[in-house]
Design a protein around this ligand. Structure first.
Ligand SMILES: *Cc1c(COP(=O)(O)O)cnc(C)c1O
Length: 428
């Protein structure tokens, strides 16, 4: 019988019996984390994709401290405050013009729950209650609550709950990479599949939910902007709402502020979280267009959106988000995008690597392995441990290694990640 851990903390996504001891972090600064034992780690994955400007970033820390001394929290029904108002205005000004109405919640999963409930009730409010089905992409991930899981790929993570999940028809994801000459065929096949579903169930789809350009947890898989343009045209033609989950891709990750801008597409609803506060506090926003809002804006109380959370529009979170948006104005994600482009050429030459792909600040590559690829492939944990031993925090998704650093990382630090990757590949 294994010894129980000495800590009372139950870690996420972890088999506690097989777990290696958790690392105790004392502090962070820029792209570097410092452990209690004095070791330093370069955070190459922005602490699960949330840290935009670096750890303990002073301006954001100061904004939170100032707000905490003025107003830390107030219920959001019937009350508002400057940070919530100002943040909503700033988000609306940064997003495509039709997106006008901001509904706050807590994290990526709740942002997605809000979006799917809005889409579902939208059709009841507008007299088309038969529109109850959802569409999704194969390999999708939208969070770990039940609704968000229903819209994601069925996996090891969702298996125990499969009876609780509602169905959502999957459209193939035309994943592409550098030198892929099959992409047009994959896109055509995906669009034909979608067209088939729409024709089979006319007037029955409420919405399609998707991660635009980059599927994060599904393996950092990427698609082309053209595909999203074509997808949007099909959904419009059949009057199906389009929901973008930009929880990962938002706030500069794709090289533009939002993937919808990079692709010149306009979702009806967009979900934002992760980088919203620069990685300081949990806060999310679901932003919708006037058409969606108008379906709820009514003399009939039953048409209201009865949803909320204790911490909806928390003032500290909103203050952190405002400070983060101020820092984004410097557009450091553009230089990181350039440096990532330089590094990628090195990956293309390595015999153990395949499917090199890049979108803005995100680079991913698959390590060639024997046997089945996938989340549990041991090469992932092996690489993670060896990276850690050399002072680098990376968390491969199975045999997929991805590099998604905070925007404050410098060129030398970035280059050192690739140097170590090559050393480790040679050791394998
Ligand atoms: C992380 C993630 C979520 C879930 O966000 P949480 O804050 O972990 O609940 C949803 N969608 C995407 C695309 C994500 O990357």
């Amino acid at each position: 019988m294994a010894e129980y851990p000495t800590s009372h903390v139950w870690s996420p996504f972890t088999q506690m019996k097989a777990a290696v001891p958790t690392l105790n972090v004392r502090s962070g600064s820029g792209a570097v984390l410092e452990l209690q034992d004095g070791r330093r780690l370069l955070d190459c994955i922005s602490s699960w994709w949330v840290t935009l400007h670096g750890h303990a970033q002073p301006e954001i820390a100061a904004a939170i401290a100032a707000q905490a001394q003025q107003l830390e929290q107030v219920l959001a029904a019937g009350f508002t405050h400057r940070p919530a108002e100002e943040l909503a205005r700033r988000l609306v000004d940064s997003l495509p013009a039709p997106l006008q109405w901001v509904f706050y919640s807590d994290d990526g999963s709740t942002a997605v729950e809000v979006a799917l409930k809005l889409a579902y009730q939208f059709w009841q409010n507008t007299g088309e209650p038969d529109r109850r089905r959802f569409l999704r992409l194969e390999g999708a991930y939208h969070g770990d609550t039940l609704g968000a899981m229903s819209l994601g790929e069925r996996s090891l993570f969702t298996a125990p709950f499969v009876d609780l999940l509602f169905p959502a028809e999957a459209v193939p994801f035309p994943a592409t990479w550098e030198g892929d000459d099959d992409v047009e065929a994959k896109e055509a096949q995906a669009l034909a599949h979608l067209q088939g579903l729409l024709a089979e169930h006319p007037g029955e789809y409420a919405a399609m939910v998707l991660e635009p350009l980059v599927q994060g947890a599904g393996g950092m898989r990427m698609c082309r902007p053209q595909f999203l343009v074509a997808l949007q045209a099909l959904l419009r033609e059949h009057d199906v709402l389009m929901i973008y989950d930009e929880v990962l891709t938002g706030f500069g990750r794709t090289g533009e502020l939002f993937a919808c801008q990079k692709t010149a597409t306009q979702p009806d609803i967009i979900c934002l979280a992760k980088g919203l506060t620069g990685g300081f506090l949990p806060l999310a926003a679901t932003v919708c267009n006037g058409r969606v809002f108008d379906a709820f804006y009514h003399d009939d109380p039953s048409k209201a959106f009865y949803h909320g959370h204790s911490y909806t529009a928390n003032p500290l979170g909103c203050a952190a988000a405002l400070a983060s948006l101020d820092l984004l104005v410097a557009e450091k994600y553009r230089s990181l995008t350039d440096w990532q482009r330089e590094q990628v050429t090195r990956l293309n030459q390595h015999e153990r690597l395949c499917r090199v792909r890049r979108c803005g600040t995100i680079v991913a590559v698959d390590v060639l392995v024997d046997g089945d690829e996938g989340y549990l492939h041991q090469v992932g944990s092996l690489l993670r441990e060896r990276f850690l031993a050399r002072g680098f925090l990376l968390r491969p998704l199975g045999n997929t290694v991805y590099i998604l650093p905070p925007y404050c990382i410098d060129r030398t630090q970035l280059s050192s990640i690739y140097d170590v990757l090559f050393e480790l590949l040679d050791e394998l």
